[in-house]
Design a protein around this ligand. Structure first.
Ligand SMILES: [Zn+2]
Length: 394
């Protein structure tokens, strides 16, 4: 078999791109910083650093911002990344609302736009995606680094949505379509996975190596970060726990089966259960997840029963995940987190009951809150990593 020969020029270009990314990362993480300090940190020569910083200045990504403290000789000139040198458009395709944001290189949201789905699916839902991107691009913005989309369903590495049942999308090459239409780099990722990545990055200094984020709202999905990387699985379905069958004789699920986790533990499932139980007992029917949370917090037995049943079902899924992966940090986020401690207690109890004592002892199930922007920030982080080799921090 013929050996592939790489021309020396390509290798040189690759090295240069790698070095440029080292300099950019030093500016991003540690700037304002002197060229000499970048050289020390990266191991590059001062000449190389000087050239690479000059290129970044030409691209409008970096600028000189004055002088740092002198260490004997002449005070060094400091260079800084320009946070607004590039913007990104990211989208969170929620169950009832699509949200989009324009973010800068630090993941700071500059503007937002939303569209209600009103039952739109298929091509109509794709049109809403275009609508949102067009609206944000029509306003003032810096050069756009790329587009990031967080969507429900199974998404492959090409940005093709293999299956998003609520939106009636099957094998939709959304990533390729958007990239071609806007002529911009595009990342499409599963929403729970994007949220998990954001949660992981924003954990701060004591960031764990492994983390599972479970998003519980209209649907249920998990994202797995293993060894600091988002884990895909063999078919990009890692973390799709919403359609694990929990009650074989349970309610029909929109996926075509019965008793999936989503039919038991999602927000609509909790509302449904509360409705039927209240109707049966002849008491006032709670109208929202917040009303159920308030009733449970006030000690209402019916509400507590509903909240605990949903929490226990989720606890079973947590037990399977920790049993298989031995990940100690589980962050639960999404709109269902308003259910508060009674719900979290049930999740923890059930997870503990179903796992080995040694695993259970060290596993923490943490309240990540509603995390409304987690998907927007997660896709932004994926874009920054892919396009500039940067790791956004909070
Ligand atoms: Zn299902």
């Amino acid at each position: 078999m013929a050996r592939t020969e790489f021309p020396a020029k390509a290798t040189h270009a690759q090295t240069r791109a790698h070095n440029a990314s080292l300099v950019l990362r030093a500016l991003y993480d540690l700037g304002p910083i002197s060229r000499a300090a970048i050289a020390r940190l990266t191991g590059l020569t001062r000449t190389s650093v000087g050239e690479l910083v000059a290129e970044l200045e030409q691209d409008g990504l970096a600028q000189e911002v004055g002088r740092g403290p002198s260490t004997g000789g002449k005070a060094p000139t400091l260079v800084s990344l320009i946070d607004d040198a590039r913007h990104m458009v990211t989208l969170d395709l929620g169950e009832r609302t699509f949200t989009a944001a324009l973010l800068n290189l630090r993941g700071e949201i500059q503007r937002r736009a939303t569209r209600n789905l009103d039952g739109a699916d298929g091509d109509a839902a794709v049109a809403l995606v275009h609508d949102l991107i067009d609206e944000l691009l029509a306003g003032p913005h810096s050069p756009i680094l790329g587009i990031g989309v967080g969507t429900p369903g199974i998404v492959d590495s090409e940005g093709t949505i293999r299956w998003a049942v609520n939106l009636s999308w099957t094998d939709l090459p959304l990533g390729k379509r958007l990239a071609a239409h806007y002529n911009l780099p595009t990342v499409v990722a599963n929403d729970s996975r994007a949220a998990a990545f954001a949660t992981f990055l924003f954990e701060g200094e004591d960031r764990p190596t492994n983390l599972i984020a479970i998003k519980v709202g209209h649907g249920i999905g998990a994202g797995l970060v293993l060894d600091g990387q988002l884990f895909d699985g063999d078919g990009f379905g890692a973390g799709e726990i919403g359609h694990i069958v929990i009650e074989p004789d349970g309610a029909p699920c929109h996926c075509g089966r019965f008793g999936c986790l989503e039919t038991v533990a999602s927000v609509p499932a909790i509302l449904r259960r509360a409705f039927f139980q209240a109707a049966e007992s002849g008491v006032r029917i709670p109208q929202s997840i917040e009303a159920i949370a308030a009733a449970a917090a006030a000690g209402d037995e019916l509400a507590l029963g509903v909240v605990r049943a949903a929490g226990r079902a989720l606890g079973m899924a947590v037990a399977s995940l920790t049993g298989a992966l031995d990940v100690r940090r589980i962050v639960v986020l999404g709109s269902a987190t308003v259910l508060g401690e009674p719900w979290f207690e049930a999740i923890r109890d059930e997870a503990r009951r179903r796992t080995l004592a040694t695993l259970a002892r060290d596993t923490e199930v943490v309240n990540g809150g509603p995390a409304d922007d987690a998907v927007l920030l997660g896709t932004c982080a994926l874009l920054l990593t892919r396009e500039l080799g940067l790791t956004v921090r909070r």
